[in-house]
Design a protein around this ligand. Structure first.
Ligand code: NAP
Length: 259
């Protein structure tokens, strides 16, 4: 399964899932618009893309800065006119606990994972609604299912994002614009490299991107993986609240209060 000769925008393309998607989609002859805060890493991706580098355009953009998003997307749309697929992938994750409570981490998480996506969608919507075609994709997480201990800011941000994308999906359907939600489990990237806990079924970024590209090609509404973890998460979502609390509290007791 492959995507060919599309114009594809990717936020958070400097490392991890975004970078791997960029390299793979460039090799498949797509025109790419890459955004992140570290322009030097985006330029490195251009270099790594070899003879496909002419098809890659890079933009410095902090998606949590509303004014910057407006300015950068204006330049992008003036230059490229149309975008077939927008992959809104920028995201951050911080472990959080009540022992070292830090509301600024919550703000940063929501500013990037939720508002960052909404600011980009605000700039893209007029083009998509006018053209009546195309795909907007948000990278959420299987962590959107419940409030997992010590990941509360992240889980809450991804739950907010998934719910927002769900409502956007039905609003955009009459316009012929698809909204796809990507929900990875654990993928080996700089975001998870800092985790000190055991991550079940940690997947390589190569494999994750195989699944994402196959899902985008089939235009699946929800791309979730790995299969086993997403099946378990569906079950965890159905567990009654009291039972979920009981399991969660005992998990903290067993693993200790601190990480
Ligand atoms: N890895 C996993 O296990 C996993 C699981 C579920 C969901 N996800 C989601 O997948 C997405 C990609 O994560 P990853 O694992 O590939 O992590 P990563 O390697 O840390 O990549 C995160 C990307 O987001 C960009 N970013 C962060 N803050 C930004 C900002 N303010 N403005 C613009 N770009 C920003 C980073 O670029 P700059 O720092 O250069 O700006 C980087 O390119 C995230 O949304 C993450 O929540 C990951």
């Amino acid at each position: 399964m492959e995507l060919f000769e599309k114009t594809i925008l990717i936020t958070g393309a400097s490392t991890g899932i975004g970078k791997e998607l960029a390299l793979r989609l460039a090799a498949q002859n797509n025109r790419l618009i890459l955004l992140s805060r570290r322009l030097e890493l985006l330029n490195q991706i251009k270099d790594d893309a070899g003879n496909k580098n002419q098809q890659i355009d890079v933009f410095l953009c902090d998606v949590s800065d509303h004014e910057q998003v407006k300015t950068v997307f204006k330049s992008i749309l003036d230059k490229h006119k149309t975008i077939d697929i927008s992959i809104l992938n920028s995201g951050v994750s911080f472990r959080n606990s009540i022992e070292d409570f830090d509301a600024s981490k919550a703000k940063k998480t929501f500013d990037i994972n939720v508002m960052g996506v909404i600011y980009c969608i605000e700039q893209l919507l007029p083009m998509y609604m006018k053209e009546g075609r195309g795909i907007i994709t948000g990278v959420s997480s299987l962590a959107d299912a419940r409030g997992f201990a010590k990941s509360g800011f992240y889980c809450a941000s991804k739950a907010a994002l998934s719910i927002y994308l769900e409502s956007l999906r039905s609003e955009l359907k009459p316009y012929g614009v698809k909204v796809i939600t990507i929900k990875p489990g654990f993928v080996k990237t700089p975001l998870t490299d800092k985790n000190e806990f055991k991550m079940p079924m940690l997947m390589s970024v190569n494999k994750a991107v195989d699944i994402i590209i196959a899902g985008l090609t089939k235009e699946k509404t929800i791309i979730q993986f790995p299969f086993l973890i997403s099946a378990v998460i569906k079950f965890v979502k159905l567990i009654p609240n009291n039972l979920f609390d009981y399991i969660s509290i005992n998990h903290i007791k067993i693993t200790g209060k601190k990480d």
